[in-house]
Write a protein that binds this ligand. Structure first.
Ligand code: AMP
Ligand code: ZN
Length: 465
């Protein structure tokens, strides 16, 4: 079966055929670094991560570029209000962003280009648009003439009646009813950072940043571009116009958009003030991997309503997966292999793949996974060592896509806890079981549960009592 993805551009599921398989060029709109990213932003980033991980699992070689918007209206306003240089503000939130990606087990992009480091590429693009007659100067700024691009509005299904070419808009964000000639290069304004340019010193518009940086690293024409649904108009519509008019080539083959995370039926956003940051939730004691599980377990094109009840439920469900794996580690199975078991497990994995091949139907895929675990659990008494290895390897592959199970061996314990584990092992070796049990209790109070396995002692993180 082939992978099918829902393309916003054509409004249907299409078979995914990369331009130069197995290579896949993959661009996702990154954060505007004027504050901590909130959970709504992370819904988009986690959904993109799931899709990227599945492409990798499917054998594609993904080249992932995620931009960092470190200059725009919002970052400038924040720097002004804090009376700090722009880069002090943006460096702070870039650092926090990378920490948060790591907390949520999101694979880093191959390249995180910063807008302020790509001004020459942006200016070259404005030059090309001026030369080809798609842009004009007005005051000290440069605008894109939307009437010069017949495809304008195709991505967002814009009503042609709303196209107001000849009238310009300076701000980066505006609604569909106000589709106008948008700004490419913003002429200098007092107290704003600026760069020299022949049309007048100034700074890039936000939409220009993404076109220039994606093409700088993925070429004029690449495979997948993603972002949240709020990016469809005007951001991505404008990106297409700039890119295709500057290069004369098609820009992106597949546009994928992530639906919103909502709270009480409203989009979670900074401007509405109804947001949580990842840090808020982690500080309250929520397990980051359970937050990840919650964010990815609803299909990316469906609204996700955030509630704490749903988060607790996600936590319990995720732990079932984790506990199943630990239960396999904690016991010895007789040597050997059950005839036919390997192909049975392969069939389960194929079913997981079939679901994910259908536009990343994660709910179906998780359903298959839990059925599999359930079935395996029922037969656990009869299974043999090689069967268990098959199960573990399959779940590890599935988890390379989901990223929600903690692998017990991969984490290093804090040195003081490590010392307690070793001390307990010495006590056990000396048959001082009272002491060993006291140390086990002590570790449990620190949130570490020990599992004595045939391969030695392992451990997992538990909620401290
Ligand atoms: P921003 O920093 O506002 O440019 O947003 C970064 C990414 O997060 C974009 O892809 C947005 O579409 C996405 N985003 C923002 N708010 C939400 C939300 N409530 N739910 C899902 N994605 C969101
Ligand atoms: Zn973008």
């Amino acid at each position: 079966m082939s992978l099918r993805v829902f393309n916003t551009l054509t409004r249907q599921k299409e078979v995914f055929v990369p331009i130069a398989a197995p290579a896949v060029g993959f661009y996702t709109c990154g954060p505007t670094v004027y504050d901590f990213a909130h959970l709504g932003n992370f819904r988009a980033y986690v959904a993109e991560d799931l899709i990227k991980r599945y492409l990798i699992y499917r054998g594609f070689q993904v080249r992932h570029v995620m931009n960092i918007t470190d200059i725009d209206d919002k970052t400038i306003r924040k720097a002004q209000s804090e009376k700090q240089p722009l880069n002090v503000i943006t460096d702070r939130y870039i650092h926090a962003f990378h920490q948060d990606l790591n907390t949520l087990n999101i694979l880093p992009a191959d390249i995180f280009p910063r807008a302020t480091e790509h001004i020459p590429q942006m200016q070259a693009m404005v030059d090309a648009l001026l030369q080809r007659g798609h842009a004009y100067r007005q005051d000290n700024s440069v605008y894109f003439r939307i009437s010069s691009f017949p495809d304008y509005g195709r991505l967002s299904n814009l009503n042609p009646e709303n196209l107001q070419s000849g009238r310009s808009v300076d701000s980066d964000e505006y609604d569909k009813e106000n589709a106008r000639d948008f700004v490419l290069w913003k002429g200098y304004r007092e107290n704003e950072p600026w760069w020299d340019y022949h049309a007048g010193r100034g700074r890039p518009g936000w939409h220009l940043e993404c076109s220039a940086m994606s093409m700088a690293y993925l070429g004029n024409h690449f495979d997948i571009h993603m972002g949240g649904v709020d990016n469809i108009f005007p951001h991505h519509e404008n990106e297409i116009a700039q890119a295709e008019c500057a290069s004369g080539e098609p820009f992106v083959n597949y546009w994928l958009h992530v639906q919103h995370l909502i709270v009480d039926n409203e989009k979670m956003s900074k401007s509405l003030g109804n947001f949580f940051t990842l840090r808020d939730l982690v500080t309250k004691g929520h397990d980051p991997l359970s937050i990840r599980y919650l964010l990815l377990s609803t299909h990316y094109r469906k609204l996700l309503n955030f509630t704490f009840t749903a988060l607790d439920q996600a936590d319990r469900t995720r732990k079932r997966l984790q506990d199943f794996l630990f239960s396999l580690e904690a016991r010895e199975f007789p040597a050997g292999e059950t005839p036919g078991f390997k192909s049975e497990v392969a069939e389960w994995e194929q079913r997981f793949r079939n679901e994910m091949d259908d536009d990343f139907n994660v709910s179906g895929a998780l359903g298959v996974l839990f059925e599999f675990i359930h079935a395996a659990n029922r037969r656990l008494e009869t299974l043999l060592k090689q069967d268990i290895r098959e199960i573990r390897e399959t779940i590890a592959r599935v988890n390379s896509v989901l990223g929600v199970i903690r692998e017990p061996e991969t984490e290093a314990l804090a040195p003081e806890l490590e010392a307690l584990v070793r001390e307990r092992e010495r006590a056990r070796a000396a048959k001082d079981f009272q002491r060993a049990d006291a140390l086990r209790d002590k570790l449990e109070k620190s949130g570490i549960q020990l599992i004595d396995t045939p391969d030695g002692v392992k451990w997992k993180v538990i909620d401290s009592p």
